[in-house]
Design a protein around this ligand. Structure first.
Ligand code: URA
Length: 261
């Protein structure tokens, strides 16, 4: 591991620790840092000092991150490095690779899926299995390419056996997605499937009712549609998903092909 990767991984662990402390009710008030967090920062500084004596550059000081206002120097690379070091939930123990997401850092359109499956866990990349192939076809049908959009997931680690994400896993991972969205600042979000739409919109409304119209995600228009894996199991619903994508294309100002009869 390079020194930089090592420091980023450490920063990731510190950040995950901060999230855990925050969830357990500890808040970091400027000028009055919680003593437990302060102890950890001090320990990290001591390690950095020892590393600096050996000639390594000091690690950046992790700034307490709030979801609503990520630090101005946040980057997708930093988020991915923190994801790689995250042990905030039990999925850290069973994952092969973390899957932070990929694509155009300034994409106009962000797709948000549910969680990595076996193929994604093996490769560390989102939507690379059968559902990924269908998603790529959907993106191309919109006149775009995978490289022009950003693809992320609610969870960055694979739930064993592809079970549904647990509420505490969604909560633990949420800050990463929020920071990615704040960094990319997409014009539109497309939530793929029930888990993604419900997690983003903080609702229990069924996907069948959420799809087909725009919702508001903290000021960004969000359209929910069926998950590609669901469409593989229910090909008859593809025409409904296509209607959703056409809505999105029209709103994005992309040419919408005439309806086939
Ligand atoms: N399904 C998802 O929701 N995400 C992936 O990355 C792959 C399959």
């Amino acid at each position: 591991m390079t020194t930089e990767a090592h420091l980023l991984a450490k920063l990731g662990r510190l950040s995950a620790e901060l999230e855990r402390l925050k969830r357990s009710g500890v808040t970091a008030v400027p000028g009055a840092l919680d003593p437990r967090w302060f102890e950890r920062l001090k320990k990290a500084a001591q390690i950095d000092e020892a590393a600096a004596k050996k000639g390594a550059p000091p690690a950046p000081t992790p700034s307490p991150v709030t979801h609503a206002s990520p630090p101005v120097n946040d980057t997708l690379e930093l988020i991915a490095a923190e994801v790689a070091g995250c042990v905030a939930c039990g999925l850290a123990a069973t994952r092969t690779n973390t899957v932070p997401g990929e694509g155009e850092p300034q994409a106009r359109l962000l797709f948000v899926g549910e969680a990595p499956g076996a193929d994604e866990d093996a490769q560390g990349r989102p939507f690379v299995g059968r559902a990924g192939k269908l998603l790529a076809d959907m993106i191309v049908a919109m006149g775009l390419t995978r490289e022009r959009v950003f693809i992320a997931n609610v969870l960055k680690c694979r739930p064993p056996g592809n079970r549904d994400p647990l509420p505490d896993e969604v909560a633990a991972c949420e800050p990463f997605l929020r920071r990615q969205i704040a960094r990319i600042r997409p014009d539109y979000i497309c939530a793929l499937g029930r888990i993604s739409a419900q997690a983003l919109l903080k609702t229990k409304t069924p996907i069948g009712q959420l799809r087909g119209e725009f919702h508001d995600y903290h000021g960004t228009p969000l359209l929910a549609t069926y998950h590609p894996a669901y469409l593989l199991r229910n090909p008859g619903e593809k025409k409904e998903a296509w209607k959703d994508l056409q809505l999105l294309m029209a709103r994005m100002g992309l040419p919408v092909p005439p309806q086939r009869s």
